[in-house]
Write a protein that binds this ligand. Structure first.
Ligand SMILES: [Zn+2]
Length: 352
């Protein structure tokens, strides 16, 4: 601790952290879910600040077009398609070899989320799709683990700290996932590296603040029947420099934090992937609550690749893949027999 205190002397000198806060950071266990632009920056910030144990969860590998935004990765990682969790752990261990790093190369789903988050004090959202956010919210509320939401498209971003048992949750803000067909994504609207850095740093700051202010992960949890406080959603328009705080009041009928029903955690509201044998294709099924408007989807995808629309389905082709999607959200991704790759392609182009 003496050597590490020297490393952190400027942080320790900041009164709200101090020696006690630094000790709490060293004892803390966090999980960063998703190691793209947000997650890789969050992970770096937390490791450099001395958070003792960091779980790094991501299903992807590093690609060349990640490098403008994703702070931890190099040309070498992109050339060798190194999984992001491994590449991140390699780099972070060079920054501070005393940190316990646990890379998990996997798709976080309802099947593994509870085992991935067991024993974790705080979860940080570095994901880029709604299905995983609702899954994180369900899991964190069920397991009473605070989590820091973050999201960004273009130069518009937002953050929110959810403290189960104490504040409103993500489903109080958005009761159901928004319709995917009109939704802007980082593929359609782009994203700016410096803007991502602001949102990720803000998330890391919210996380640090929570970790140094709470001696026990569940210190703030109160009886479920007690009154919950609003959560603060901070919205950033980074191109114009505007920010605002919105108080998210707890919804008296919230399915998650009030009724304690967790359909994303049980798998009821989660998509699933099934290999179609001999067809070089994977079928993706999604929960019924996400009906698609094929005409709006055709409009959005039209500028990205070849689109054919029939009364029954929409077919979208890019590179070697074709996605056929039906109005009930069911999709068939042709050109792969890898369920993880098919889910990734579906979520990237159709939504998640
Ligand atoms: Zn809620």
């Amino acid at each position: 601790m003496v050597a590490s205190l020297d490393r952190f002397k400027r942080q320790v000198a900041y009164a709200p952290i101090g020696i006690d806060g630094q000790r709490r950071l060293a004892e803390a266990k966090v999980a960063v879910c998703g190691l793209g632009a947000l997650g890789s920056t969050i992970a770096e910030r937390l490791v450099r600040c001395g958070v003792g144990t960091v779980h790094l969860i991501d299903r992807d590998w590093v690609e060349l077009d990640n490098l403008p935004r994703q702070a931890l990765y190099t040309m070498h990682d992109a050339e060798y398609h190194v999984p992001k969790a491994i590449a991140a752990a390699n780099r972070l261990s060079e920054i501070d070899p005393s940190i316990q790093l646990h890379p998990h190369v996997c798709d976080m789903t309802h099947r593994n989320v509870q085992s991935l988050l067991t024993g974790v004090d705080l979860v940080l959202d570095g994901t880029d799709n709604f299905e995983v956010r609702y899954l994180i919210n369900d899991a964190c509320v069920a397991m009473c683990i605070p989590w820091v939401h973050g999201g960004i498209v273009g130069a518009s971003g937002q953050t929110m700290l959810v403290e189960p048992g104490r504040t409103a949750c993500f489903r109080c803000l958005l009761p159901d996932p928004p319709p995917v067909e009109g939704m802007q994504t980082c593929d359609s609207a782009g994203v700016l590296g410096p803007a991502v850095g602001v949102i990720a740093s803000w998330q890391a700051l919210l996380g640090l603040k929570w970790l140094v202010s709470n001696t026990h992960p569940h210190a703030n949890a109160v009886e479920r029947d007690s009154e919950l406080a609003p959560a603060t959603l901070t919205v950033f328009e980074l191109w114009t420099g505007e920010t605002r705080n919105i108080q998210v009041v707890p919804e008296s009928q919230c399915v998650c934090c009030k009724q304690r029903d967790f359909p994303f955690l049980t798998g009821l509201h989660c998509s699933d992937a099934k290999v179609l044998c001999g067809k070089n294709a994977v079928q993706i099924t999604v929960p019924a609550l996400r009906k698609l408007d094929l005409a709006s989807l055709a409009k959005r995808l039209g500028s990205e690749g070849a689109v054919i629309e029939t009364p029954f389905l929409l077919r979208f082709t890019f590179e070697k893949f074709t996605i056929s999607v039906f109005a009930d959200g069911r999709g068939i991704v042709s050109g792969t027999e890898n369920p993880d790759e098919a889910r990734k392609i579906y979520q990237r182009w159709i939504g998640g």
